[in-house]
Design a protein. Structure first.
Length: 421
């Protein structure tokens, strides 16, 4: 039994009363360390002796406890792994390593004993979760013109809202100029991150297990974060072929992948003579090319609108027929005068041909609270105006819910002899 929970010894004793012999109780990570050659001395010997005589390994499933070496080693030794855990992270880990679905950590001893005496359920059996409700786009790129219109904030909140309902979402920081997602969320940016995913993808070694290892879970939201470069000077690591391969694997790993990209769309080969050299904007262009949907963020003020209108034709030229939804961020009456929404709509429609716009209000109190706590706004202030606006945007523009679809249907004319409601 490998568990970090405090009741591990009590559960082992209770299993003994149910006729199950527990050979050893150890921490959750010890078996993984043993098979990955990280355990030394007496600890390695004790683990080897316990696993040699065991028919099953009861494992508290965590990122540190699960590894490919552990699973393959137990398979060779004929040891069945019975995972215990709760939450979507444990379910994803079990599916990633081909284990049976995890059982609750608080499982009664008699139930666990009966489980050990029966055949395991098929871990590959379809659960039906992937077919419930609309899927929506697999890869979503969040772009905005220069001037910090709020691309990273919108990308983070999109990922959190898309993960509601049990979906698995990856949040990727592919900004090669000024990556900021790790800093915003209080995550360590010294880890492998997206650059490591790109290197592994180029070598053909990137798969769901490797992505699970190098990503960082964002609390209990169901979002796994691939952090960006910790120094902008490392931008040559994000080549177009690497980025395309990494995002393709992310699309197979998750239900949705949200990619935060830089603003610049300039193609370097047009201004330099080295046609084979690295390109500073390759990551942005590759992510936009791989996206099924582009969310274009415009600052809802005169400067932000002007910058967006000048860059929007370049975006359309770069993505071709890929759908675009435009989000006006930080809407407030102070900079646009009366009827701020109408002013933004008319300007974008007249000068950019954008006829459908979604609005996100300026909400400094919620944004500051989230930044102070190192959390997404949806976690720090789940009922804030900004969170509710993003939730509506996701439910109506990205993954339309049945209610939103019904709302968009044209009203039928009233029948004769009745008044229209």
């Amino acid at each position: 039994m490998a568990m970090d929970a405090a009741h591990g010894d009590d559960l082992a004793s209770a299993l003994g009363h149910e006729g199950i012999d527990v050979l050893a109780v150890m921490t959750a990570s010890e078996p993984s360390w043993f098979f990955d050659d990280a355990a030394l001395g007496d600890a390695a010997g004790a683990t080897a002796r316990a696993l040699a005589g065991a028919d099953a390994l009861i494992l508290e499933l965590t990122r540190e406890a699960a590894s490919a070496g552990l699973v393959s080693g137990c398979d060779r030794a004929g040891v069945r792994i019975v995972p215990l855990g709760s939450g979507r992270d444990a379910e994803r880990l079990a599916a990633t390593y081909g284990l049976e679905p995890p059982h609750d950590l608080e499982i009664e001893a008699w139930r666990l004993a009966d489980l050990l005496r029966t055949r395991p359920r098929d871990a590959d059996a379809p659960s039906g979760a992937e077919t419930d409700g609309p899927r929506g786009p697999r890869t979503i790129a969040v772009w905005g013109a220069a001037g910090a219109p709020g691309r990273s904030t919108v990308a983070i909140e999109l990922a959190v809202e898309l993960a509601r309902g049990g979906k698995h979402v990856a949040l990727v920081d592919a900004d090669a100029h000024a990556p900021s997602i790790a800093l915003t969320l209080g995550l360590a940016d010294e880890g492998p991150g997206f650059a490591a995913a790109c290197r592994q993808a180029e070598l053909g070694r990137l798969d769901a297990r490797e992505l699970t290892r190098i990503s960082v879970p964002l609390g209990r939201t169901g979002v796994d974060v691939l952090t960006g470069l910790n120094r902008p000077s490392r931008w040559p690591e994000l080549s177009d072929t690497r980025v395309c391969a990494a995002l393709a694997e992310c699309a197979r790993w998750t239900d949705h992948t949200v990619v935060d990209v830089a603003s610049s769309l300039e193609r370097d080969e047009e201004i330099v003579s080295d046609l084979e050299g690295p390109r500073r904007n390759a990551a942005t262009l590759a992510a936009l090319d791989a996206a099924d949907l582009v969310v274009a963020v415009v600052g809802a003020d005169p400067v932000g609108i002007s910058r967006f209108l000048r860059a929007y034709p370049d975006l359309r030229a770069a993505i071709g027929a890929t759908p675009v939804v435009v989000v006006a961020n930080r809407l407030r009456p102070g900079t646009m005068g009366m009827d701020a929404r109408g002013q933004v709509r008319r300007a974008l429609d007249r000068f950019g041909g954008v006829d459908e716009i979604w609005f996100l209000p300026q909400d400094p109190r919620s944004v500051d609270a989230a930044l102070l706590a190192g959390q997404a706004i949806g976690e720090a202030a789940p009922k804030s105006p900004f969170t509710l606006a993003v939730r509506r945007f996701v439910g109506e523009a990205i993954v339309p819910t049945p209610v939103a679809a019904q709302r968009k249907r044209p009203l039928r004319p009233a029948a004769k002899g009745r008044r229209a409601a």
